[in-house]
Design a binder for this molecule. Structure first.
Ligand code: PEP
Ligand code: MG
Length: 573
């Protein structure tokens, strides 16, 4: 039946296709031991055979509909299924340890995955992803759950889900996945951030997408204005096709700015940088003409696997990023786990308020084994380019001092081991906790730079969970309180001769950009796809004029009043 849902526009663009409702299966293994090894062996053989049949069919379909390239991945999956080493190891566990087929498979697959992931070779790392996918398929059969791999979708599709995990989004093939809509999440939830790096139109936080949309329904995802139209009329379809065409034209205009410097109307240069989650995002960053990386979220290196990445593996990833950026600044943030980003293998106890809990720098200062490995990898990579280190979630000067102390200790160790380390690597912090913004004057004396993390700064200042769409009305980037905090941070840094960036989503927001320029922000770091629109907008703004304008904005009384002031003076929204 025709209906529409409203949500948060997470990634711009318009898409029309049939819906696929994705449900995350529960792979919890409850029975780990079995007496009858022979029976378990047969169950395993049957699950392998069914998976083989399924994969052959999917491969054939992919070959016909998507071409050889995409079908390749299923040939690789078939190879995994018949890999004697893997299959024999599972059988061995069933026999020797009296393990159930599912438990044995899970254990062996995890072992192979972490082995491949730790190899210093991209090809081998891809094998780890193949093993994960295949073992989930076989596990699904053993546990009696139907598992649909998102990577196996071969027709134009809109994914409908409660939320998508980073590993779900990593499987999406943008050639056929035209868009997605989720029940939960906000503009700054990680599925939203991923949708922008994949350049797939998305609407998040629609509350009831999975309950009102059924497989096969035609759906329009309007990632520009945050609407999802289900079973649209012909008239609506025409309207949205026009909107899609207009967006395409606009993108072509922006593309002309790729190799241009970002300069304001009054000739001031500001730096437009990109946020990335993995080295795979670099292509989009380079194609969109970023002047640097303002935030590399390293936690993705630690996620979707069963053990910590080694120092060497991290070193390779960081080195790849700084080298490919060819001397442009690359700000790498140390591990920021917690909140909506979990690491199951750390076995951390559940918390009532994970966003206020044991996360990021708090965890790193306690688990120094994890932190020191990362610091060493960063220091080693600093010899290969313009790397800057940034600590997340700093709330007190003691935390900053302790983190810097550990960094210095690891630097000394590396130097005494004869390793090459940059002499002048900058060290900065995220300003995302109100205490740090308020005390920015003190912090500014002990850092080289600040990067304002508004995604968290807003949620902590307004006491409104960034993931909870019920309180999203309080998630107000233009609230005068937020603007005043940003103003304080910039003034404090400039008084000490330090630079200030912003890597929260607010930095790429067209209403915020004039205000941030007026407040004197030096670097704006955003999703790669926001860079060209931002460059185009900044080229029409005068920094001197906006400095006066921003003062007026600070004196407005509500977020709406600020927004109105900007829209009246500078248009848009
Ligand atoms: C932020 O909090 O603004 C930020 C950039 O970090 P993350 O979104 O990873 O929490
Ligand atoms: Mg944050």
């Amino acid at each position: 039946m025709r209906h529409s849902l409203s949500g948060i526009a997470a990634s711009s663009g318009v898409a029309v296709a049939k819906a696929f409702v994705h449900e995350e299966p529960d792979f919890t293994i409850r029975n780990k031991t079995a007496e009858d090894a022979e029976k378990e062996g047969t169950r395993l053989e049957e699950a392998l055979a069914t998976s083989r049949d399924e994969l052959s069919a999917i491969k054939q379909k992919a070959l016909e509909e998507l071409g050889e390239d995409k079908a390749e991945i299923f040939s690789a999956h078939l190879l995994v299924l018949s890999d004697p080493e893997l299959v024999e190891a599972v059988k061995g566990k069933i026999k020797d340890d009296r393990a159930t087929a599912e438990h044995a498979l899970n254990e062996v697959a995890d072992m192979f995955i972490s082995m491949f992931e730790n190899m210093d070779n991209e090809y081998m790392k891809e094998r780890a992803a193949d093993i994960r996918d295949v073992s989930r398929r076989v596990l699904g059969h053993l546990l009696g759950i139907e598992v649909v791999s998102l990577a196996a979708i071969t027709e134009d599709t809109i994914i409908i889900a409660n939320d998508l995990t980073p590993s779900d989004t990593a499987q999406l093939n943008p050639q056929v996945i035209k868009g997605f809509a989720t029940n939960i999440g906000g503009r700054t939830s990680h599925s939203a951030i991923m949708s922008r790096s994949l350049e797939i139109p998305a609407v998040v936080g629609t509350k009831e997408a999975t309950t009102t949309i059924k497989n096969g329904m035609t759906v329009i995802v309007d990632g520009i204005d945050g609407h999802v139209i289900v079973e649209p009329s012909n008239e609506e379809l025409d309207q949205y096709k026009q909107k899609q065409a207009d967006f395409q034209k606009q993108k072509e205009e922006w593309a002309k700015l790729v190799n241009k410097r970002t300069t304001t109307l009054d000739g001031q240069h500001v730096e437009l940088a990109a946020n990335i989650g993995t080295p795979n995002d670099l292509e989009g960053v380079i194609n969109n003409g970023a002047e640097g990386i303002g935030l590399y979220r390293t936690e993705f290196l630690y996620m979707g696997r069963s053990e910590l990445p080694s120092e060497e593996e991290q070193y390779q990833a960081y080195k790849e990023v700084v080298e490919r950026m060819e001397g442009k600044p690359v700000v790498i943030r140390t591990l920021d786990i917690g909140g909506d980003k979990e690491l199951p293998y750390l076995d951390l106890p559940e918390e009532l308020n994970p966003f206020l809990g044991f996360r990021a720098i708090r965890l790193c200062l306690e688990r120094q084994d994890i932190f020191r490995d990362q610091l060493r990898a960063l220091l080693r990579a600093s010899a290969h380019g313009n790397l800057k280190v940034m600590f997340p979630m700093i709330a007190s000067l003691e935390e900053l001092r302790q983190a810097k102390h550990l960094l210095d200790e690891e630097r000394d160790k590396l130097e005494s081991e004869g390793m090459n380390v940059s002499k002048d690597m900058e060290v900065g912090i995220m300003v995302e906790i109100p205490s740090t913004a308020v005390a920015a004057e003190q912090f500014a004396k002990e850092v080289d730079f600040f990067s304002i993390g508004t995604n968290d700064l807003i949620q902590y200042t307004m006491a409104a969970d960034r993931m909870n769409e019920r309180v999203s009305y309080l998630y107000q980037p233009y609230h005068p309180a937020i603007l005043r905090l940003v103003d304080m941070v910039i003034k404090a840094a400039h008084a000490e001769g330090k630079w200030v960036g912003m890597c929260g989503e607010m930095a790429g927001d067209e209403v915020a950009i004039p205000l941030l320029l007026g407040l004197g922000l030096d670097e704006f770091s955003m999703s790669a796809t926001s860079i060209l629109p931002a460059r185009s907008q900044l080229s029409g703004l005068s920094k001197a004029e906006l400095a006066r304008f921003a003062k007026d904005a600070l004196n407005e009384d509500t977020a709406d009043a600020v927004e109105q002031l900007v829209v009246d003076a500078y248009g848009s929204k």
